[in-house]
Design a protein around this ligand. Sequence first.
Ligand SMILES: NC(=O)c1ccc[n+]([C@@H]2O[C@H](COP(=O)([O-])OP(=O)(O)OC[C@H]3O[C@@H](n4cnc5c(N)ncnc54)[C@H](OP(=O)(O)O)[C@@H]3O)[C@@H](O)[C@H]2O)c1
Length: 315
Amino acid sequence: MTSTKIPNIKLNNGIYMPVIGYGTFNSFKENEVGDATRVALEVGYRHIDTAWVYKTEEEIGDAITQKIKDGLLKRSDLFLASKLWNTHHRPELVEEMCRESLKSLQTDYLDLYLIHWPFAVKAGGKTSEIDGRRPHDDVDFIDTWKAMEELVIKGLVKSIGVSNFNIQQLKRLLAADLRYKPAVNQVEVHPYYTNNELLDYCKQENIVVTAYSPLGRGGADSSGPGKSLNVHEDKTIKQIAAKYNKTTGQIVIRWGIDRGYTLVPKSVTPARIKQNFEIFDFSLTEEEVKTISNLNQDYKCVHLNQYKDYPEYPF
Ligand SMILES: NC(=O)c1ccc[n+]([C@@H]2O[C@H](COP(=O)([O-])OP(=O)(O)OC[C@H]3O[C@@H](n4cnc5c(N)ncnc54)[C@H](OP(=O)(O)O)[C@@H]3O)[C@@H](O)[C@H]2O)c1
């Protein structure tokens, strides 16, 4: 167990978010995420990123409840984030899905609730949420946002934000008559996809970015262009890792922190969960940050290509 003090970033509503969170997607073996979440909490992570669609909320809820019971932490020590899935963009469905997540996570409130994607799909049938394709649902994300605002008013969530929104979509949202601005945009960022333009825009608008797939998924590509780039095999990153006596994963996470955003690396391997958190005892030079940023190849890991023809598809 460590007592590392995790740096926070202040959101535009005054709430603080720990810069590093524990990512929980892509784990389908029973108890895998629950066990890994217990390790993450023991190691010191106090920010957990999940989503209704990951189907990991129940195990995460059990792990958190157990660790609170054990006296390791209080609920108020934790920054818990989840996401509204595309089937529930209709304003009358938003609270229902949020309450499902709250129930699974065994908590009264979320610290952050995100609209997972800017497009809506129809619910029902047996289509797989991640790989399948559901019919388009004509719901304006601005109407969804208004229902998200109601969740804040009701005290079910502390902050609201979006995920996978591009600059045009953010501009349209910000131009609407909002009660609350999005606090966060969670998007893909790693050395092969530095996403600079979107990051600059979010900074200008005081929206905190959370980098997903911050390790470039270790080369695993979901339905992408077929090539596979692995940050852990990159010569430049390896050289910098050797200089600091750190691993490539630690260098890539530190690069994100030194660029000024929050990150949610995922691992179910105890040694890596621990290692990915041991990044507060060094920092990169400006030159090294630039060198890693120059590795950009506009190479994305996450596509959801099956929805490419939907009007609000963001990429
Ligand atoms: N908003 C969205 O649409 C969206 C999309 C994708 C992801 N996310 C969020 O972002 C989180 C992270 O993204 P991700 O899971 O796609 O990818 P990632 O964190 O970039 O990479 C995860 C992969 O890297 C491996 N790994 C972890 N630490 C490592 C290390 N130190 N050295 C070598 N390999 C390491 C993991 O293996 P093991 O687990 O086997 O250790 C896993 O295969 C997700 O879990 C989810 O919470 C959000």
